[in-house]
Structures are given as C-alpha cells and as structure tokens.
Design a binder for this molecule. Sequence first.
Ligand code: ADP
Ligand code: MG
Length: 330
Amino acid sequence: MRRFLCALLILLMLLPFSSCTREEPQTDTVFLMDTLITITLYAPREVATPIFAECRALLCELDALWSRTKEESDVSAFLRAESGVTLDPRTAALLQTALDVSARTDGAFDVTVAPLVELWKACEEAGHLPESSELQEALSLTDWSRLQLTGTRLEKDDPRVRIDLGGIGKGAAISILLSYLESTDAAGGMVSFGSNVAVFGQKTNGETFRVAVRNPVEGKGGYAAILSMRTGEVLSVSGDYERFYTIDGERYHHILDPKTGYPSESGLCSVAVVCADGALADALSTALFVMGEEKALAFYETGVYTFEAIFVSSDGSVRMTEGLTERLSQ
Ligand code: ADP
Ligand code: MG
C-alpha cells in the first residue's frame, strides 16, 4: 500500500509537467478595436482559461478608452472638450509616444490626423473625392504641435483639433497585454492583433517563434522575410493593401500623408517594424511608410530609436535594416 501511495504521489507530481509538454497550444480569438485578435498560449488549458479571461477584460478596458465611437472614451472626451481633458495614464503614455514620434518624423506620423481620416470616410460615403477647401481645412487641423501634453493633461489650441489612435493603439495594446502575459504562469505565447504580432517566453517544445512578413506584390513569393522573434518584441506592419476608401470604383488606401492630405505615395507598399515597444513599432511603421524608403533608412541611421525594419516597394523589391539580416530564418 505504501509503495502504491509513493508511486501515486510521484505520478501526481509529474503530471503537471508531462501534461505541459504534451499540451497543444491554447488559443482564444476576440474581435475588438475593429480587429481580429488571437492569443496563443503554451500552457495547460486550466492555466490558459483564466488568462484568456483577463486578456479579454484588459482589451475591453483599452477599447473603452481609445474607441472613436464610444462616448465615454478618452478620444471622444477630447473631441467634445473645448480645450483639454485629463487622460487615463495609459492614454497619456500612448500620447507621449505619439507626440515624440510626430516630432522626430517631422509629422510623417501625426496623431491629429482625425479630421483627414473623417473627411476621407465622408467622401467614401458621398462618392466623391475631397474638395480642395475641405482638404485645406482638415490639413490645417492636422498638426500635432497644436497639442500640449503635461503629465496626464492633454490640451489643444483649437476646439476642432482631434486625435485618431488608429496608427498606434493596437501596438500600444499589444505591449500592455504582453506585460500582463509575462507575469502569468504560461510558459510562452503569441499575440496577433491585426497587423501587429508579439511573442513572449518560450514554446514548450523549445522551438523559437517565427513570423512571416508578407510580400503583397503578386509573383514575389508570398513573403518578404521570415523572422525569429525575441521575447517582448512587437512586429507592426503598415501596408497599402488591406484597408481602403473606395470612391468611384477607385481604391484609396488608409495611410494618409499629413503634408498632402492624400493617401501616401512614397513608392512603398508595405513597411514592417520590429521593436521592443509596441506603440513605437506601430507608430513607426506608419511614419516610415509615409517617409518612403530612402528617408526612412536615413532616419534609421540617426539611431534616434532602437528598431529594425523591412521595406517592400511597389515593384515587390525588399530591403531591410542591417540588424535584421542575422535574424532571418528559412
Ligand atoms: P493598420 O491600422 O492597418 O494597422 P497603421 O498602423 O499604418 O495600419 O495605421 C493606419 C491608421 O492610422 C489609419 O487607418 C488611420 O486611422 C491612422 N493614420 C493614417 N495616416 C496616419 C498618419 N500619417 N499618422 C498617424 N496616423 C495615421
Ligand atoms: Mg501603425
């Protein structure tokens, strides 16, 4: 009997480990922020289930803060405000990054792009291109230097100035999710959030996480590169091939050049950025897309931010920053 008890105890002690290595990864999918979000965890189901619930709760909180349409969001409160609002600290941190990237990219990324985004949406509904007067008004309000962030207080110099977090919110959210996931008992996992992907920890079979970056140009083999991802890193992609305004049968992509008010025509069709900070990865992918390959590579050389990038030109050719070459996998 004692021997049997002993054997049982050993079996019980081994079970969690053996089930962990045998376990298939667990996944959860949710649609929020206009985007399909998939979380994959290397953890037994009983560990993963409460983690998924917490991730959903976190995502709902962020969506409630950053949504353009929810009345109670920080974005809507700022839209209604005459001069300013006090933001949730997470929104303030995101705005801090947004304004920093705007300043350093000479406004290629501009978080006050909302009037232009709304104008293109309205034009899609009305079925005509923006009038020059409409464009001029939206352009005059698209200027990050009209915002002033002091701690969590965000002020504007004109009540009509408003913010759009479409180019940075998903990346910021993925990093917030990642810090939570790193504190859990899951061995590792991956979060895919529209055009943003991040990994943490390890797979239980010891393999590294690899991510394929798409080459959207037909006949170019389907992907531009396959990268091995490091824990905590975020990969963000900005491309001209997924979100559009359709006007008179023509497609106008959603990354706007704040200098012209029109969809950016920089000769690129996709930019991927890898960076330890999700908000920065997301904002930079949008900014580098607008800057175009040469300016973007010169910007990389300045070393103002630590990141790596892959550029796909409209003809399908691929270039990448130096730090990435050693990270490519087959
Ligand atoms: P995705 O939304 O597909 O992940 P991006 O991260 O590049 O792509 O973000 C594009 C979104 O960012 C647009 O839909 C719009 O809401 C906003 N946006 C467009 N142009 C700019 C810009 N120049 N600077 C900041 N945000 C922008
Ligand atoms: Mg972006």
